[in-house]
Design a protein around this ligand. Sequence first.
Ligand SMILES: [Zn+2]
Length: 322
Amino acid sequence: MPELPEVETIRRGLEPVRGRSIASATFGLPRLILGSKAGELTRQLRGQRIDDVLRRGKYLVLKLDRDILIVHLGMTGQLTHAPAKAVEDPRFLRTVTGMQKPLGVHPVDKHTHAILHLDDGSRVQFRDPRTFGKIIFIVGHEWEKNPRIRILGEEPLELKIPAFLKKHFPSNSRRPVKALLLDQSFVAGVGNIYADEALFASGIHPKTLVASLQVAETTRLLNAVKTVLKKGIRYQGTTFSDYRKPDGSSGDNYERLMVYGRGGRPCRSCGTPLVKIVVAQRGTVFCPRCQPLHTGKGRAKGSGKKHATLKTMDKVRRPSHN
Ligand SMILES: [Zn+2]
């Protein structure tokens, strides 16, 4: 599933569409559309200029001159920009996160469910083989009030960690810390890959109870979240430009990941075999030596600063889908 770095990479790839107008639009799978109907949406979008391409968590936001079009990629969604005279190539490459990306401009096929034809002859295509994606149309510009967007937590790359923790850290939560990282109402955009990577980078066992975390650990964890996300954004670019094997069969995919997808293989730091377990209903890989599970008893009294208890419950928003 695309997470923040993948969606951010796609957003950057869409920058050339800024300032272009939608000449026409076609939608092949009406059930992917929310906020309008396929035929109606075609009419609503016609002639609108794309003023900006934004990202919020795992959502891509096309800001049009009158309205908003939001895309969630679901499990396998791809949003690409095909320049007018681009040579089509039906092949895919597998990226560092295991996600498939078109090698060049992918031709329209049976999985292409939406096409925006732009005024310069180029097109924006939404392709989604497993069809868990969503296209959300919002009349006007108040997209941040949309129920799916409103519940999102802060953008992890913009976090001011001490202030964020004071305001939003659920210090009484009995959930495992991995579940908290996956909760889009805590921070937006982290999924399974980057949660596992951040936990490894900060030496925290994925089953550690949120309530038992000390301020220093949580700070380390959120700094690690930022680091692995930034690294993900950077590698996505590297994968695009340097990859030379179009069949995607190369074992290089996971070269840069420390734990995700590496269960049973040796820890890159200490050599101990990595262990795969299930936490928060998700496959989770960690190193039992680098990420020991501390229980309350195992901790020396007063060994670290505890989180202050939140005074109000208003920050504990309802969890959203990943
Ligand atoms: Zn290790």
